[in-house]
Design a protein around this ligand. Structure first.
Ligand code: GLA
Length: 739
């Protein structure tokens, strides 16, 4: 899959889906020749290299003619040598120079992929065919190596990239910017896609045509954030959900990131992604090395769904780990919206009894069980059970819940401390805060400085001691603020700009220890809902609470947007009570269930608040979910109709053998006196016949996969009785090949 031609000095990385071609240029730097659909391998692609001289600065080359860097596609552009586009790397040196010149030295092509120490990354499973190319470049003036790493796995249309710097000099180098990936594309005919939003409306799909200039997608909040996800898509303007080209770029990282998409005066596009260089600097001492996070570059010529499916399968099989990888997850109930802080043991047991009668399998006790945590002004940091509220302790409560036939799970917010806590009293300098400055509070709390090993150890132990004390089989790991006044009291003044990245190295080391030492625990990450929904967290925790917004209509957009990159089983999705607590909207239990089923599925309510009829309906809903949970865990998800394009949404989960599918159809506003509706499905086998059952209604036999693809599935009010369906209308269709 990786070929090197030593005569023409070209690398061709390819599998059945895509080709990626790099050449060593005449000035010994690397040029980017091609990235796109697979092309047949041949001896040389040197004709692809476009070089010319113009009146802008000319870089000397071996043939004596020179060329203009600003005009050529580069593999890993650096600052200061006549390329005026966004550089991927800036190093400030002891003599004040920022000029570097990394030229080709050697390379290696090896089987498999090395683990990236200390950072989340893609791994290769036994039996999988993968190859890694490492290109070693060197700047002789500062005696420093730059290693560009590329991994290709046979069955994915994806290239994993990361960068490492090794300082072999005697001087301290300040890395001011280091992108994980830079990519130059030969034209600008793209529509750019980003996943952006805010609390309660995370990862909405925003698209715009590329225009001359720079677009920056980033986070400076100390979390990957709900505002911008570390993802950029570049699609051709006519690309649809199931046809056409799209390139997707995602960073496996949970901290501050940036991605620049630049359309330049010569009509080429440059895109990069990596740690946000805003307020970042890394002092690299002699002998030290710095490793960037990993970025994933996906190519699809099968439309947006093709890109998403590659991300989903790669993340399900080669990023997510542990017992619950590709496995069904227990149906949970979480007490947060059911009780908020107002609970005691008796109330919790009653909720649990009632939930177990409904068929729920896991009871999760949310915030409020520890220290003096009776509201959100106090207690964070003191992870000992409050025996006044819970006299049997966590141990006793877990036992009682286990006796009801349910697993027990517990909420933590270990990265935080309230001023009003024993921990803060003892260690006021453990928080991220600047000397002699105001300490901004958010939800009345501060960040513990996980960049300091002693703080990271405390945080690990706070959770671990509880996990050792009781039969806890699930943990919700929450994080409810963003960073301000970034400063670490454990670090010299020159290294302050390392704090945020070091925080994440600290967090990842805690999580690595936890998942290894407690392999039976199902971890779900959360950050005020979806403020840290990223591939970094998924490496440790297979699911993330997608949003605090549990309104089914809002969730259509949030889950659809999230599914651009992240797999359905990674999305925490629960049915809550109406009127909805975030929107006050009233939707049917069917609508709420039919949306939540495309996710991990659970409930966020007090079952005692349900009417008798609702209880019966919830039981049916749970039976239905159990029927489809296997399909939901392993199936391929296809987006069919976008909630951002009108009032209808449709999507489907299709089994990998294409013999079974569950289609969700949702119409948030009624069409008065509307016509018949059909939706064309994607992803079915056109040669198979299926039975189509609208859940709760009659079966239609022998419908061809070709019919469902080309003519479509009739949805909505097809009986012609003329009655309006009403707002928030929903249907589920079970499609099955019986042979
Ligand atoms: C955050 C989470 C909620 C809940 C509360 C508890 O807001 O997103 O799900 O756990 O904290 O304080």
């Amino acid at each position: 899959m990786i070929k090197y031609n030593s005569k023409t000095r070209e690398f061709h990385l390819y599998n059945k889906y895509f080709s990626y071609i790099i050449g060593i240029l005449d000035n010994e730097q690397l040029g980017q020749y091609y990235f796109g659909e697979k092309i047949r391998h041949k001896e040389t692609f040197s004709h692809l290299f476009e070089k010319k001289q113009c009146e802008t600065p000319v870089t000397p080359s071996l043939d004596g003619k020179g060329f203009t860097l600003d005009l050529i596609k580069q593999e890993y552009p650096v600052y200061g040598t006549g390329d005026y586009r966004e550089p991927a790397l800036t190093i400030f040196q002891e003599n004040g120079s920022r000029i570097v010149n990394f030229i080709y030295k050697e390379h290696s092509i090896t089987k498999g992929k090395k683990k990236i120490e200390g950072l989340p990354s893609i791994y290769v499973n036994d039996g999988e065919n993968a190859e890694t190319l490492e290109i070693i470049l060197e700047d002789e003036v500062i005696n420093t190596k730059l290693i560009l790493s590329y991994t290709i796995i046979e069955n994915y249309s994806a290239l994993m990239r990361s960068v490492k710097i090794i300082n072999n000099s005697n001087e301290v180098l300040n890395i001011e910017k280091i992108m994980s990936l830079s990519l130059d594309l030969p034209d600008t005919n793209y529509t750019m896609m980003q996943l952006s939003g805010a609390w309660g409306r995370e990862r909405h799909v925003i698209e715009k045509p590329l225009t001359r200039g720079i677009t920056l997608i980033d986070s400076q909040r100390g979390t990957s954030s709900a505002m911008n996800n570390p993802f950029v898509g570049l699609r051709r303007p006519n690309t649809t959900l199931d046809t056409g080209e799209i390139i997707g770029i995602n960073l496996i990282y949970s901290g501050n990131f940036s991605s620049v998409v630049e359309s330049d005066p010569y009509d080429t596009t440059r895109v990069n992604i990596g740690i946000n260089h805003f307020d970042f600097n890394w002092e690299l001492e002699p002998g030290e090395e710095f490793q960037s996070p990993e970025a994933v570059l996906v190519y699809s010529n099968d439309g947006i769904n093709g890109m998403s499916l590659t991300f989903h399968n790669l993340y399900k099989n080669n990023l997510i780990r542990g017992k619950y990888k590709n496995n069904i997850r227990p149906i949970l109930i979480n007490n947060w919206e059911g009780t908020y802080f107002d609970f005691n043991e008796e109330k919790i047991i009653k909720m649990a009894e009632s939930a177990s009668e409904l068929g729920i399998e896991l009871f999760v006790l949310d915030d409020g069980w520890f220290g003096t945590r009776n509201d959100d002004f106090q207690g964070l940091g003191d992870w000992d059970v409050n025996l006044e509220k819970l006299p049997s302790g966590i141990t006793g409560l877990a036992e009682k819940i286990n006796k009801l036939g349910m697993k027990f799970g517990l909420w933590f917010e270990p990265e935080m401390v309230n001023k009003n806590s024993k921990l803060y009293e003892k260690h006021p300098d453990w928080i991220i805060s600047a000397p002699n400055r105001h300490k901004t509070e958010a939800r009345n709390q501060y960040f513990l400085d996980l960049s300091r090993p002693e703080v990271a150890d405390y945080v690990y132990e706070s959770v671990a001691k509880n996990l050792r004390s009781a039969n806890i089989e699930y943990v919700k790991w929450d994080m409810n603020r963003t960073m301000t006044e970034i400063y670490s009291h454990g670090r010299s003044f020159k290294k302050q700009k390392e704090t945020v990245h070091r925080y994440f190295l600290g967090l990842y080391s805690i999580l690595e220890r936890l998942v290894n030492n407690f392999p039976n625990v199902l971890f779900e990450s959360c950050a005020s809902g979806g403020n840290r929904f990223d591939a970094g967290m998924l490496h440790y925790m297979p699911q993330t609470w997608t949003s605090d917004d549990t309104d089914a209509v809002e969730r259509l957009k949030i889950q659809y947007g999230t599914s651009m990159v992240y797999p359905i089983p990674s999305m925490g999705s629960h049915v809550s009570i109406t009127p909805n607590h975030q929107t006050k909207r009233i939707t049917s239990l069917d609508m709420r269930g039919n949306v939540a089923i495309f996710g991990t599925f659970g409930y966020e309510l007090n079952p005692k608040d349900l009417s008798e009829k609702d209880r019966e309906d919830v039981k049916k809903q749970i039976r239905m979910f159990k029927q489809f949970r296997e399909l939901m865990a392993v199936g391929d998800f296809y987006k069919i109709k976008s909630p951002f394009d009108g009032t209808e949404t449709a999507w489907a989960m299709i089994s990998p053998d294409k013999k079974e599918a569950l289609v969700g159809y949702y119409k948030v506003l009624v069409d008065v006196n509307g016509g018949f509706k059909r939706i064309k499905l994607f992803g079915l086998d056109k040669n198979l016949d299926y039975t189509v059952t609208k859940i709760g209604e009659k079966k239609l036999e022998n419908i061809g996969g070709d019919e469902l693809t080309n003519i479509g599935l009739f949805v909505g009010n097809v009986q012609g009785h003329g009655l309006p369906e009403g707002d928030y209308y929903t249907e589920l269709y079970h499609i099955k090949n019986l042979l």
